[in-house]
Ligand binder design. Sequence first.
Ligand code: PHE
Length: 369
Amino acid sequence: MSAEQNLDELETQLMQQISTAPDAPALEAVRVASLGKKGSVSALLKTLGGMSAEERQVKGPAFNVLRDQITKAIAAKKSELDIAALNARLVDEKQDMTLPLLDDPLLEGRLHPVSQVMEEISAIFADMGFDVAEGPDMESEFYNFTALNIPEAHPARQMHDTFYFEPDENGERLLLRTHTSPVQVRTMENGEPPFRFIAPGRTYRCDSDQTHTPMFHQVEGLVVDETTHMGHLKHTLEAFLAAFFEVDDMSLRLRPSYFPFTEPSMEIDMQCRRDGNQLIVGEGDDWMEIGGSGMINPEVLRHAGVDATKYQGFAFGMGIDRLAMLKYGAPDLRAFFESDVRWLKHYGFMPIDVPGLAAGLSNKSLSGK
Ligand code: PHE
């Protein structure tokens, strides 16, 4: 057999192996066996060193042609195999987007009812044109009391069962805010009237029983303009509560009360009816207290730098936890803050069901409830 024949045979054999390689590893094995350090083509090229100049002139180009052909054939086959592998993956990994999202570990998480209710409250008031304001949980005595017309010796300071921090070197002590009312002053002093905002958040009082926890949640509301009056207050509360409880009508009773920061002051009572253990709101002849309200005391406006001869307004404060308990039927307030996952699984909300007025406030489409 001549050397040319040998070369032709090797070429045929390699081309055959390349074209029939079923996958990338098989192709790689052909490459190593031919072009690799100890491969058949490399071995041929190595023989050039021991040849005479004439012989090398003939065989050198032939060997190089073979090497280039094999290299190109392997590259072509490689891209062919890559495309085939990608196509196979695309077919294989196709996802059915219509499958329900159940049993996904990501869907195990739940939104706490308090978070849900805060979102609902914000959605309703945002629709009425209210901003959402915030203030710190650690508050000064000035914002929590003094600016709200509760002077130092005032019995209301004791009434609040306040958690105080240790005084600093100047004798000043911070406290955990006992209500969201300090956000009234903080927000007004940083802006210009008219004002229309709510301030949901955490509040703290040294108190604990079936209906009180040391940490709880309130939502403050405030409207200040030149002609704001009590009719606006009543309508705002009625519209909010009807939307929140998803009922057509809501009657309120504003019962005379006392808060140093409002004058006059009213307790907000919501119409309801008890049916066995169930409480139905918006009908019946019973009443349920859900917060305090009143026309803002001009003293508070002055503390916040608002011209009290030109502006007036109303404020209210409601317990968010109580609203959540009433709407979603959770009987014991303490369970809200025990972080029991079984409780949360039962009373919690799917994080993707964002409350909005268009899609429904408490829409639970995917939660399976
Ligand atoms: N801050 C009061 C409370 O915690 C509620 C309230 C807010 C009353 C605003 C009147 C106006 O009891």
